[in-house]
Design a protein around this ligand. Sequence first.
Ligand SMILES: [Zn+2]
Length: 295
Amino acid sequence: MIIDCHFHVDETMLALEKMIVEMDKNNVEKTALIPPFNETMYEKESTYQDNLHRFFRFLIMNLPKIGFKIYDGLVKDGYFKVNGSFKIFTEPNNDIVANAIKRYPDRFLGWAAVNPTVPESVETLETYLNLPGFIGVKAHPFMHKYSIKELDSIGALCQNRDIPMIIHLSSEPDSYKYLPEKYPNLKVIYAHAGLPFWKSLWQYAKEKPNVFVDTSSDYLTPSIVRNVVQVLGYRKVLYGCDGPYGMKRFNEYDYSDKRSWVDSLDIPQEHKEFILGKTFMDLIKSTDLDFIQNR
Ligand SMILES: [Zn+2]
């Protein structure tokens, strides 16, 4: 069973009906949804932007100190500044995900997003986690600009409930070590292959049984995905898209692109199956979802 572990709902960009059609075409059985963290954000047709992204990736890989400066500069005064300037939502709306699951309970799972700097967001978190289809917690220290330590109580909650967290890290030094050291049984997925740390995080995650990364987003490339699978092995990498970001026009999301990053890996088909869904199913085995319990 193929499960996309990282995709945002934003129907101003991509309608759920259209998602289902494209998921079917690409044999994606289920998608774990995250509410949008920023306003509608299309990709522009721009060689300049493409070159900038390439340069950014080069810096993160080879000269991380300079790369981190650029990375930090992408979030400013509540706006995300890539390809333009887009308002960041301080409190992502989990109802959007809950409603999507209601419309397609067999096809969508949900990550409940939390911003620990907003008391109401923390207070309502468990209400969402108790709704059908919700499988874990998404946190975004990068866009919401807080220290990983602020996720302390959330880490404890997720470890107790035996559910995974998915985290988009900021450049705070060594922040990827904090939760796994404090909560060794907590299952953590670092989004976008552990951006912005990549290589150093991969070395760390190799030794930590409960630390995983996903393959999602245009921050990555097929070669970065090849590298991370080589370093971490196929049991620690999870398939995800991070759509609808990266698309240029309404309802035109290309699922085949991110799928091809996994399909083209030079590893046996059985190993790809772990990346495409098997490992993720194992991470959410504590849920009472039928397809997990009856597998
Ligand atoms: Zn995302």
